[in-house]
Design a protein around this ligand. Structure first.
Ligand SMILES: [Zn+2]
Ligand SMILES: [Zn+2]
Ligand SMILES: [Zn+2]
Length: 257
């Protein structure tokens, strides 16, 4: 199994429009962060997690031309507003691409993108060929077993995803402000854990680096990564203060399991 980070930035990305701070002007490519998304791959199966507003750029950068499924974590704009670009992957394909999410997220997707489910034979229409699938528990895409991970993304309950293939487990939780004891227990001992680590200053709906490190120590993954980072965090400077088992993700980073 392999995971590629397509984007590791917070909702506005880094650099941010109109900002001239040191991180936004940095030459370190690891300080360039597109909106949050990853691809999880095993053999011929390729799963896209979230469709960020930067999806087109991300797909072209990494030569992503075919996907088996889309997973939605939640429906904030930074996670879904590239959804129309799913057309590029499948409009010429024979079968619809499944789009998985919890019932609340799928209801939002149907409301925000009502046209995608219209008459497929209507002339002149060019839209994603998808089918929405509501999930409540474990499901599979190809050889990959997937488990929704409940977390709080204040004030709403939302999810991340746990992926398991050939005895290896990797978990991706890009947006969370709190992780319950039950969820920590569910994630204990995963091989790789990826968690929200927005910045050092407290935030209403995201975790600080310090909060995230606290949760990551309890989960105790072999290796952990922070993602969904804003321009407060310089990559090299932030990593200097972290243990070796906790690193900052960056756009284009590939994790092999
Ligand atoms: Zn987000
Ligand atoms: Zn900045
Ligand atoms: Zn969010």
């Amino acid at each position: 199994m392999q995971l590629l980070f397509l984007g590791t930035g917070t909702s506005v990305g880094v650099p941010a429009i109109g900002c001239a701070c040191a991180v936004c002007r940095s030459d370190d490519p690891r300080n360039k962060r597109l909106r949050p998304s990853v691809v999880v791959e095993s053999g011929e199966t390729r799963i896209l997690v979230d469709t960020s507003p930067d999806l087109r750029t991300q797909a072209l950068t990494h030569g992503l031309s075919r996907i088996s499924a889309v997973l939605i974590t939640h429906t904030h704009a930074d996670h879904i507003f590239g959804f129309d670009d799913v057309r590029g992957f499948n409009v010429h394909g024979a079968s619809a691409t499944p789009v998985y999410g919890i019932p609340d997220a799928i209801a939002d997707m149907r409301r925000i993108f009502p046209y995608v489910l219209g008459d497929p034979d209507e002339p002149g229409r060019y839209r994603a060929n998808v089918e929405f699938v509501e999930v409540s528990g474990r499901f599979e895409v190809g050889p990959i077993r997937i488990q929704p991970i409940p977390v709080i993304h204040h004030p709403h309950p939302t999810i991340g995803y746990l992926f398991e293939d050939a005895g290896k487990r990797i978990a991706y939780v890009p947006d969370a402000s709190d992780v319950s004891d039950e969820t920590v227990e569910m994630l204990t001992g995963v091989d790789i854990m990826i968690l929200d680590g927005l910045r050092h200053r407290p935030h209403f709906s995201h975790m600080t680096v310090e909060q995230s490190v606290g949760i990551l120590r309890r989960i105790g993954a072999g290796q952990s990564y922070l993602t969904h980072m804003c321009h407060d965090l310089d990559h090299a400077e932030t990593e200097r203060d972290l243990p070796d088992t906790i690193r900052l993700a960056y756009d284009g980073l590939v994790l092999e399991l």
